[in-house]
Design a protein around this ligand. Structure first.
Ligand code: SF4
Length: 379
């Protein structure tokens, strides 16, 4: 069997300012720190490239942090290094995340000339007042300007991130944001329900009762609102949090869901290769120190046992609209799920929660949002 092309992820750990709800690894911007980081990334690429000599990569994803905050020329130089170090397929998908507050026409042309063909805009909400409550610096004019740059250049492969479940977020705010993005002709939307992460400012404010958390029932209503709006406007849900117009699904993200191998570079990135996960250090200073010592900046190598792989396969596949390929599952895990979980599956079919279509086990549309509880039944 021919090996599937891999994905390549590069983490840019810089942001203008930390948003209150965020627990991603990100640091304030500073050109010197960015230059050091770029140098370290080059060194990491040089250390790993020989191990991937025989591999082809057909998706590249530069994420963060905020990749658009780094100085002009950073991304172009990084991309040249990637293309000269790895074998990149001709029909690659190449995404970069941008934040409206730090995006510009100059940066857009730098990315496109370097080979970027997909842009993911971190919009979250078009209500600046709400964003301010959550410590996110972004004005509506920044968002307008971003979409103007993209539409003037007739750049079509655009995705946007939207958040729901934010304390103080109204239904109107969500509907206005999604309608705005539909009007901007965005082809792909990722809709994330806020997870309250430990140690964040948001968690602290909730603990001190300065903010009220949004409970599951309300978040489900918000999600269904978004789902209906997008469905009525030609977007299909292909994964629990992801919606796309035909031909605009994210090929890179699909690799995470279908168990394809990927290489992650940079601070806090991780890779999945040969049933192992390799985690890079989360600290920028340790990352640079290790690299300067000529060592890989990894802090953990974790073997993914067959039991864990089975669990992940069920979890990730059932989050997709396509569902779980029962034949492929049988081949890989030597288990006929329709037999081993006969009772549970039959009950769920009777209750209309799951269905079997062309030998794929799927969560029905009506029950998609409770996918997690369905997954638990099959563990
Ligand atoms: S811009 Fe994104 S990565 Fe940076 S702090 Fe805000 S949510 Fe986190």
């Amino acid at each position: 069997m021919t090996k599937k092309p891999m994905g390549l992820y590069i983490h840019i750990p810089f942001c203008n300012k930390k948003c209150d709800y965020c627990d991603f690894v990100s640091y304030s911007m500073d050109t010197l720190a960015q230059q050091d980081y770029l140098g370290a990334l080059f060194a990491e690429i040089d250390m790993v490239k020989k191990d991937f000599f025989d591999e082809t990569f057909d998706t590249i994803y530069i994420g963060g942090g905020t990749p658009s905050v780094v100085y002009e020329g950073f991304i172009a130089s990084l991309v040249r290094k990637l293309f000269s170090s790895f074998h990149i397929a001709r029909d690659y998908e190449f995404t970069i995340e941008v934040n409206p507050a730090s995006f510009s026409e100059e940066k857009f042309f730098e990315y496109v000339e370097a080979g970027v063909n997909r842009i993911s805009v971190g919009v979250q909400s078009i209500n600046p007042g709400l964003l301010k409550v959550h410590g996110r610096n972004q004005s509506l004019s920044d968002v307008d300007k971003t979409f103007k740059i993209l539409s003037n250049a007739r750049f079509r492969n655009v995705s946007a991130d939207v958040m729901i479940g934010l304390p103080k977020q109204s239904k109107k705010d969500i509907v206005d944001t999604v309608n705005y993005l539909i009007k901007q002709n965005v082809q792909h939307l990722s809709v994330y329900n806020l997870q309250i992460e430990k140690g964040t400012v948001t968690e602290n404010k909730i603990r001190k009762q300065e903010l009220k958390p949004v409970y599951e029932k309300k978040a489900l209503k918000q999600y269904n609102e978004v789902y209906n709006l997008l469905r009525d406007n030609g977007y299909s849900r292909y994964e629990l949090s992801n919606f796309a117009r035909p031909a605009f699904k994210s090929r890179h993200n699909s690799k995470y869901w279908d168990n394809t191998e990927f290489l992650g570079l940079g601070v806090s990135a991780y890779s999945y290769v040969g049933n192992y996960r390799y985690y890079n250090t989360k600290r920028l200073d340790t990352y640079i120190e290790k690299i300067n010592e000529g060592k890989l900046p990894r802090f953990e190598k974790q073997y993914i046992s067959i039991k864990e792989r089975r669990t992940e396969r069920i979890m990730l596949s059932l989050r997709t609209v396509e569902g779980l390929d029962l034949e492929a599952f049988k081949q890989e895990f030597n288990e006929d799920l329709l037999q081993s979980k006969k009772h549970e599956i039959n009950v769920m079919i009777k209750e209309g929660m799951v269905e079997i279509v062309d030998n794929f086990l799927r969560v029905t549309e009506k029950h998609f949002y409770i996918t997690n509880s369905i997954i638990v039944e099959l563990m």
